[in-house]
Design a protein around this ligand. Structure first.
Ligand code: DC
Length: 226
């Protein structure tokens, strides 16, 4: 509606803290649009993967950017779909090998600049709950509520383990744990927009919580602060 004030909730935190599942449910409860910014980085990572480009080679990845046309669509269920040069790649970007590609390309400043306006535009057009690594610090520093969601690496690896098992694509727990630690390190030690709690962020730890417990904690925190 014209003139209607848009609200923004930023949820940042490391991989596997439950950000996306929680943010999706919170968006439904609040009537906001859920924006998964990790999916946007994954789409760029996926393109580098498909092109056989080394995701750590900043110049080579930067050279790919003009070839990339990204679109974000929402289906009737409010689920976010990623389109890469017209093709729906929503499923492909979830392949385990794409996680590391996304983490590597997201450390490249040119990639972050390339995706900035897409993210901000979504927040101008809709009330959003946006999850990522730098939403409260860089993308939406004026967000109405900023949350930094974390949990122990072991807890996050176990959630991922159970999720993959349920999906019928099991993976070794030890390997998942070391990948989570490696991605944590990459995401929080890069020079460009490293993962850290934003100023004014409410830091919540979900270690040992069930989904319902974390959901209640978040909805209460958001309603108190909106
Ligand atoms: O949330 P995810 O695991 O789908 O994100 C994939 C990678 O993208 C993650 O390793 C870090 C990066 N990312 C980022 O740098 N900034 C964001 N706002 C979201 C994700």
């Amino acid at each position: 509606m014209i003139g209607e004030e848009k609200k923004a909730i930023a949820i940042d935190g490391p991989s596997g803290a439950g950000k996306s599942t929680l943010a999706r449910a919170l968006a439904k409860e609040l009537g906001f649009r859920y924006v998964d910014t990790g999916a946007i980085y994954r789409t760029v990572g996926y393109y580098a993967y498909r092109k056989g480009t080394d995701p750590g080679d900043a110049a080579a990845v930067t050279a790919l950017l003009p070839e990339i046309r990204l679109e974000i669509r929402y289906d009737g269920e409010g689920l976010q779909h990623m389109l890469l040069n017209g093709a729906d790649v929503t499923r492909e970007i979830r392949l385990p090998e794409i996680s590391m590609y996304a983490s590597r390309v997201s450390a490249i400043p040119a990639v972050r600049d390339f995706l900035m306006e897409t993210q901000r535009q979504l927040a101008r057009r809709h009330s959003v709950i946006m999850d990522g690594r730098d939403i409260g610090t860089v993308v939406l520093p004026d967000a109405d509520v900023k949350i930094f969601l974390s949990a122990s690496p072991e807890d996050r690896a176990m959630r991922r383990f159970l999720e993959l098992q349920q999906r019928g694509t099991p993976q070794d727990y030890g390997q998942l744990l070391s990948e989570i630690k490696e991605r944590d390190y990459n995401d929080s030690h890069r020079a460009a927009a490293p993962l850290r709690p934003a100023e004014g962020a409410i830091v919540l730890d979900t270690t040992g919580n069930t989904f319902a417990q974390s959901f209640q904690l978040l909805i209460k925190t958001i309603k108190e602060n909106l």
